[in-house]
Ligand binder design. Structure first.
Ligand code: PLP
Length: 223
């Protein structure tokens, strides 16, 4: 199927309230342009260098979402233009984002990445770490970031029951943090979960942002 057909199909499967981040990692600038022509405005990248080199070649009204593991020393490279960082996995990283955003005169939307998968390798905060982070004075004093919600990645498995349970766990982490720390803050409202193979389950479990690559662009070619 063509990119246009994939985009139409995926969009038709998503409730209007769910935001689609087109994960364009490894995709050519011309492919991103094609998706842009079709009306897609949110794109996600997981490597700082790749994002920094693609960004100046593309329209300025693209919303760039950073979805990969982010090293503190690379934060400053994306701060001038990034729209949302999904992968806040430590207080140290959030401090760096806040500092660099202050220098750039920006306020950056961030999500707390919560570790929900059974695999050891995946990044993310444990629920208790996420709680401690939002309870810390350091976080409370930050003026240049806004916590918008949580993000998570399910275990890489065909077993949909496992995936569904992990999404449920993420949803309840979100609800718990919301209730205790952001009860009246409407900005804390996002649950970023669901990729090509599991976005329908994620949506059923309350996702507000899905991050979709291969189902949109076809399989990735790594150079
Ligand atoms: C690559 C990636 C995706 C998209 O994965 P697909 O299976 O291609 O849809 C989503 N989220 C993150 C964090 C990724 O790195």
């Amino acid at each position: 199927m063509s990119l246009a057909q994939n985009l139409t199909k995926i969009s038709s499967l998503l409730p209007a309230s769910v935001k689609l981040v087109a994960v364009s990692k490894t995709q050519l600038v011309s492919t991103i342009q094609e998706a842009y022509q079709l009306g897609q405005r949110r794109f996600g990248e997981n490597k700082v260098q790749e994002l920094v080199s693609k960004h100046p070649l593309l329209p300025t009204d693209i919303e760039w979402h950073f979805i990969g593991h982010l090293q503190s020393n690379k934060v400053k490279l994306i701060i001038p233009f990034v729209s949302m960082i999904h992968s806040i996995d430590s207080l140290k990283l959030l401090i760096q984002v806040n500092q660099e955003a202050a220098k750039a005169g920006r306020v950056i939307d961030c999500l707390l990445e919560i570790h929900i998968a059974s695999e050891e390798s995946k990044f993310g905060l444990d629920f208790s770490d996420a709680k401690s982070l939002v309870e810390s004075d350091t976080y409370r004093s930050m003026k240049n970031i806004i916590l918008r919600g949580v993000m998570g990645m399910a275990t890489f498995t065909d077993d949909i029951t496992i995936v569904r349970n992990e999404f449920r766990t993420l949803h309840s982490c979100f609800e718990s943090i919301k209730k205790d720390h952001f009860p009246t803050d409407e900005r804390f409202s996002e649950i970023s979960m669901g990729m090509s193979d599991d976005f329908n389950v994620a949506v059923e479990e309350g996702s507000t942002i899905v991050r979709i690559g291969t189902a949109l662009f076809g399989s990735r070619i790594y150079q």
